[in-house]
Design a protein around this ligand. Structure first.
Ligand code: FMN
Length: 152
């Protein structure tokens, strides 16, 4: 059984929910087990034992948060080289779809040498600053998780 870690930043819980659904999709395949962790816990986690990792956060003021970018930087030092990686985000302004996920992906490419990037990442719309996630985003997240697992 392979192992995947999902790392999230989330102010109101929507990106966490998205990450947990992606993890559920991964586990549903039976190909991997998944651990979901907050950015605050990346430092303490030994990432070298994972076969894949996903990083996600909300978009704040046109950008991926400093928190999730810091988590990527941290993770890069801790043995994610040559693993399968991907990004995800949540956004509220229709024009901002995928923006933060792309920035997280670029950070992954820059910081984790030799990583295999599963691209594009997943981007989910929230209906207000504090959510909720739009109805059809969770089924999409589950599918995204399944596709990620198939590439492990
Ligand atoms: C300080 C701040 C800035 C934000 N800036 C943007 C933005 O530039 N574009 C956008 O689409 N949503 C923006 N949002 C809305 C976030 O996308 C939304 O709060 C987030 O996706 C919810 O996810 P969370 O519950 O995981 O924090 C902003 C929210 C906050 C709190």
């Amino acid at each position: 059984m392979k192992k995947v870690v999902v790392v999230f930043d989330s102010s109101y819980g929507n990106t966490e929910k998205l990450g947990r659904e992606i993890a559920a999709g991964i586990e549903e395949t039976g190909l991997a087990e998944c651990k979901v962790i907050n950015i605050a816990d990346v430092e303490a986690e030994d990432l070298s034992g994972y076969d894949g990792a996903l990083f996600g956060g909300p978009i704040h003021a046109f950008r991926a948060t400093r928190g999730i970018k810091g988590a990527v930087k941290n993770a890069a030092k801790k043995g994610l080289q040559a693993k399968l990686v991907a990004s995800f985000d949540t956004y509220q302004a229709p024009g901002h779809v995928g923006k933060a996920a792309k920035q997280i992906e670029d950070e992954l490419k820059k910081k984790v040498s030799g990583a295999k990037v599963f691209s594009p990442g997943m981007s989910a719309l929230v209906l207000g600053r504090e959510g909720p996630l739009k109805d059809d985003e969770l089924p999409k997240a589950r599918e995204f998780g399944k596709k990620f697992a198939a590439e492990l």
